[in-house]
Design a protein around this ligand. Structure first.
Ligand code: C2O
Ligand code: CU
Length: 455
């Protein structure tokens, strides 16, 4: 059975593509429509901990080329430990992560620990240390100091290597306690045409086939009355996800649980974004992807089912926690660093403050400073702003502070939006700042923020 892809273009704007299954090799298919059974959802296998000490998580991550079967497509991809998504790393706040990268690719690579607060020499950006050459190895070692749902991926040929399947989740548990019956990892990605590179480029957010943990339209069996804690990651290079499911309580963004849960109609995850949500299962339920355009305006197409929860048995879930509102910090009313995002999808030239990486002016702040950043999106498309090394508090979006204090490392900035952020510079070094739509970053939308240590 092969899949053919039909991207439709409408008014110059790519809309939801459709996959048609060619069932001509199924006996009797010309009379009865063959229905492929839906796969059972499988979570990415956890990493094997090589160190018996409870406070140390020691893992091997071998990056190698892999022939992937994703959502019915055959893809020449890459994998960590032979799996896409890569192994899930689970640790507790205060643990030390030791990760041995083994590079079996035919290109250099690195690992970046997105959101986890690694020191700069462990951050996986190529200017801190040379990337690991083919056949080489490198050991990353750093303490996990903050709870959250983080992820890891290369930061060398980021656009190409992440697109082909090099990514995995890093879950760091810590206070506050969340009561749930099951923790479920859901990693989303969008994939391209069969037999070709898993290339989303040029489709600007309407990936062809969306998968959940590498599976297309899977089913998860759950007991009625169970409460699931969903760990969501959008690992796609360009595709925005607007997720909808009845009864979803969003309890956290990138950086762990804080404040009361939110109940948005759709949970928008930009590329690189994570969230945690509680789902009390009262019956069968579908997780849908609503039409969404990163260029703004109307989005066409019907909602697409990404995953179904199939309930059995009897039971009633416990009510979702109400949480306590944490007032956001007051905006100090000054700005230390301004980033304007500009660019054009016709030229592929993307700029921060008019500059394209690596020809950029390095903004400098001092260790210990409280830094206020203003991001202005002057372009006609959305951009997920990502700062390395420091999580930041959102002071306001278009002048409006969040309802409860919000800490993120990746924040979607809407068209012509202005967001104000604050963080305390606690880690010295040269930190990358970029858009997490990876072709935008590769097209120049990337700069450097220097945290100076005292002489
Ligand atoms: Cu997930 Cu610099 O990136
Ligand atoms: Cu961008």
């Amino acid at each position: 059975m092969s899949a053919r892809l039909w991207p439709w273009l409408l008014g110059g704007c790519a809309v939801t593509a459709e996959v048609r299954e060619d069932d001509s090799d199924t006996p009797g298919s010309d009379t009865v429509e063959a229905q492929a059974p839906r796969p059972a959802l499988v979570e990415p296998a956890p990493a094997v901990d090589l160190d018996p000490t409870p406070e140390v998580l020691e893992v091997t991550l071998r990056a190698a080329p892999a022939r992937l079967e994703v959502g019915g497509l055959a893809v020449d991809g890459f994998a960590y430990e032979g799996q896409v998504p890569g192994p899930t790393l689970r640790a507790r706040v205060g643990d030390v992560l030791v990760a041995h990268l083994d590079n079996a690719l035919d290109a250099p690579t690195t690992i970046h620990w997105h959101g986890a607060g690694a020191p700069v020499e462990m951050d996986g950006v190529p200017w801190q240390r040379d990337p690991t050459p083919p056949g080489g190895g490198f050991t990353y070692r750093f303490p996990l100091e903050q709870p959250g749902t983080f992820w890891y991926h290369p930061h060398f040929d980021t656009e190409g290597q992440v697109d082909r399947g090099l990514y995995g989740l890093l879950v760091v548990d810590g206070p506050p306690q969340v009561v749930a019956d099951r923790d479920v990892v859901l990693v989303f990605d969008a994939w391209g045409e069969a037999g070709r590179r898993a290339d989303e480029h040029g489709l600007e957010g309407t990936g062809l086939v969306w998968t959940v943990n590498g599976l297309r339209d899977p089913v998860l069996d759950v007991a009625r009355g169970e409460t699931l804690r969903l760990r969501l990651l959008n690992a796609s290079n360009t595709g925005y996800l607007a997720l909808a499911a009845d009864g979803l309580s969003v309890i956290a963004g990138d950086q762990g649980v804080r404040g009361p849960p939110a109940h948005p109609d759709t949970l928008v995850l930009a590329p690189g974004d994570r969230a945690e949500a509680l789902l009390g299962v009262t019956g069968d339920l579908d997780l849908l992807r609503e039409p969404f355009s990163l260029h703004g305006g109307a989005a066409w197409g019907a909602p697409e089912r990404l995953l179904s929860f199939r309930a059995s048995g009897e039971g009633m879930p416990a009510p979702a926690p109400s949480g306590v509102r944490v007032p956001p910090s007051t905006d100090p009313g000054r700005t230390d660093v301004v980033y304007t995002f500009q660019g054009d999808s016709r030229t592929g030239g993307w700029r921060i403050n008019g500059e394209a990486f690596p020809d950029v002016t390095i903004a400098e702040v001092d260790l210990g400073d409280r830094v206020v950043v203003e991001v202005r999106n002057l372009s006609s498309t959305r951009h997920p702003f990502h700062l390395h090394g420091h999580a930041f508090e959102v002071l306001s979006v278009d002048g409006v502070p969040p309802v409860s204090s919000t800490t993120e490392d990746t924040l979607d900035v809407g068209i012509h939006q202005v967001v104000r952020l604050a963080f305390t510079a606690t880690r010295p070094g040269d930190w990358m700042v970029h858009c997490h739509v990876l072709p935008h970053a590769d097209g120049g939308m990337m700069t450097v923020l220097r945290v100076r240590s005292p002489p």
